[in-house]
Design a protein around this ligand. Structure first.
Ligand code: AMP
Ligand code: MG
Length: 348
């Protein structure tokens, strides 16, 4: 299959809408990451997403809408969920609600719940309006790879697998949406993102955090959100996270890099802008300012992809405090590193 990569003009949007209506796949920009969309009520079309991504069938998809009236056919809403929609839609918040029967099992991975979101990216909204369909869309990467934050990333993963990629520039947030479940007794964040726990609590009161956000699932522990089970977001090289005081971390990064290169590895470091100069001999990748977790979120996936392009096999990374947007960053970075962490003070 030939894959077209087109700027999101009105002609390209019309073509995309036709393809989606016809049961085909289209990748499109959102404010979080690029999505790979299919007509959400067409089970055959939805199965195409799993095939193109190589995604396990038990990992459900998010249904994207442009108008709340579309929800009637998809899920049962409740008052607290409506307050969240009022506060954060359109935007990077996905809400888990009880599903309606018309939603194909392929979308929900057979669960009795469904994930819904109204994106704020103008191209995503224009596409949803043009086809006037609910669109099921996960991130447009091959399963296990970092999510795409540019059309080029999508092309690298999906060339030959889908007919059309709409180019709408770089994604703004850079990490996937916050996923909150509104089906239990208390709201629970299943996946942290740009909409933080504090922002959610200001609207609906106390919100729980799923246990596995900053650690792997324990043996026998049930995944609340199926995506949590898999190794995720990982580059080909081995990532190790370095924790500790600022000075000790910079020194440890230097030592670890020097050891690894001495052993013949293609080694590099992921560090804050403030440390690039001190680490200039360590092949530094600038992940943004240490005082700006939003910038780190914005750059993270593009950095992980650049490491693959440079064929790095050993990567040492700084970490951010796991608070606010930093929690979302550490949720992804932790999985990229398979939770391998070293204390800087312990590095000889
Ligand atoms: P992606 O944006 O590609 O990471 O895929 C959508 C993610 O939304 C999944 O990995 C799950 O974490 C989450 N999700 C979707 N539907 C549900 C659901 N019904 N219950 C829990 N989590 C869900
Ligand atoms: Mg994904």
């Amino acid at each position: 299959m030939k894959t077209q990569l087109l700027p999101a003009t009105s002609e390209a949007l019309a073509l995309a809408a036709r393809l989606l209506t016809d049961g085909q796949l289209v990748a499109f920009p959102t404010e979080t990451v690029y999505g790979l969309g299919a007509h959400a009520m067409d089970a055959q079309a939805v199965r195409g997403i799993f095939e193109a991504k190589g995604r396990p069938g038990d990992n459900p998809l998010i249904v994207h809408i442009h108008d709340r009236s579309q929800l009637d056919a998809i899920c049962t809403v409740n008052d607290a969920a409506i307050r969240l929609m009022d506060a954060f839609w359109p935007g990077p918040l996905t809400i888990i609600l009880p599903r309606k029967a018309a939603v194909p099992d392929a979308v929900t991975a057979g669960l009795d719940t469904v994930a819904v979101r109204m994106p704020s990216h103008p191209v995503a909204l224009a596409l949803l309006q043009a086809c006037n369909l609910p669109i099921a869309a996960p991130s447009a990467n091959r399963s296990g790879k970092p999510s795409p934050t540019s059309a080029r990333h999508v092309f690298d993963d999906m060339d030959g697998r889908i007919p059309l990629i709409l180019d709408g520039g770089e994604s703004d947030v850079g990490l996937e949406s916050t996923v909150i479940s509104m089906v239990g007794e208390r709201p629970c964040i299943l996946r942290p993102g740009g909409v933080t726990q504090a922002m959610l609590e200001a609207v609906v009161g106390p919100v729980d955090l799923a246990g596995s956000i900053l650690r792997p699932l324990e043996k026998g522990e049930k995944a609340l959100s199926p995506g949590m089970m898999y190794k995720h977001y990982s580059p080909d090289g081995q990532v190790t996270l370095i924790e500790g005081s600022e000075r000790a971390v910079v020194q440890a990064l230097r030592r670890l890099h020097s050891h690894a290169s001495g052993e013949g590895h293609r080694a590099c470091v992921m560090c804050f802008t403030e440390h690039v100069e001190a680490l200039r001999d360590c092949h530094p990748h600038d992940i943004g300012s240490k005082d700006d977790p939003t910038e780190v979120a914005h750059r993270l996936f593009a950095t992980l992809r650049a490491l693959d392009e440079e064929k790095m096999d050993v990567i040492f990374s700084e970490v951010v405090p796991p608070e606010g947007v930093g929690l979302a960053v550490m949720n992804r970075l932790g999985r990229a590193a398979a939770f391998r962490t070293v204390r800087a003070e312990d590095v000889e």
